[in-house]
Design a protein around this ligand. Structure first.
Ligand code: ZN
Length: 177
């Protein structure tokens, strides 16, 4: 297993639209395993393949408190949704920034597993939010795109003022997705 390097904003490679996956082979399995390892080591809740410079439609996540329920979704699509919910988000590719945005409250997810079998499920809460955040990565979209440039600038200034120790402490307690 190998820990992968995570691309960080404003890296343009995070803005690519990822390709659908058609081949379910050992290489894909290896990538998903390495992405899970990377996600756990970085204390993230989810990770999308383009974040590790692989522009393909693959996401991994683990929303359990015990960090023992890894999930892998290939070619994930939100096929229906309902409700709106406020979500406080951070991202492994956008260090230090955390902000409230709006997401769909409940969603229906259609995807494939790592073998290519069809999966269909309903999600709410953090599970729903995490899926939406990761699918955005596949479309070259980041959670900070939902806030205004002025608000983003304000957040970045605030962060610049904080000392490094505070930042590290804060990051430890934040769920990064
Ligand atoms: Zn993210």
């Amino acid at each position: 297993m190998e820990k992968l390097q995570i691309l960080e904003f404003p890296d343009k490679r995070l803005r690519r639209v990822s390709e659908a996956i058609t081949v379910f082979d050992q290489k894909l399995k290896r990538l998903s395993t390495n992405m899970l390892l990377t996600m756990y080591e970085e204390r993230g809740v989810g990770l999308a393949a383009p974040q590790v410079n692989q522009p393909i439609r693959l996401i991994v996540m683990d929303i359990s408190e015990e960090r023992d329920q890894p999930m892998v979704f290939v070619n994930p699509v939100v096929s229906s949704y309902a409700g709106r919910v406020e979500s406080n988000e951070g991202c492994l590719s956008v260090p230090d920034i955390k902000t409230d945005i709006k997401r769909h409250e409940t969603i229906k997810l259609d995807a494939q597993d790592i073998e290519g079998n069809a999966i269909s499920l309903e999600a709410d809460g953090l599970f729903s939010i995490c899926i939406q955040h990761e699918i955005d990565h596949l479309d070259g979209k980041l959670f900070i795109d939902y806030i205004s440039d002025i608000k983003l600038q304000r957040l970045r200034k605030k962060i610049a003022k904080q000392n490094k120790a505070e930042r590290i402490e804060k990051q430890k307690s934040t769920r990064l997705i």
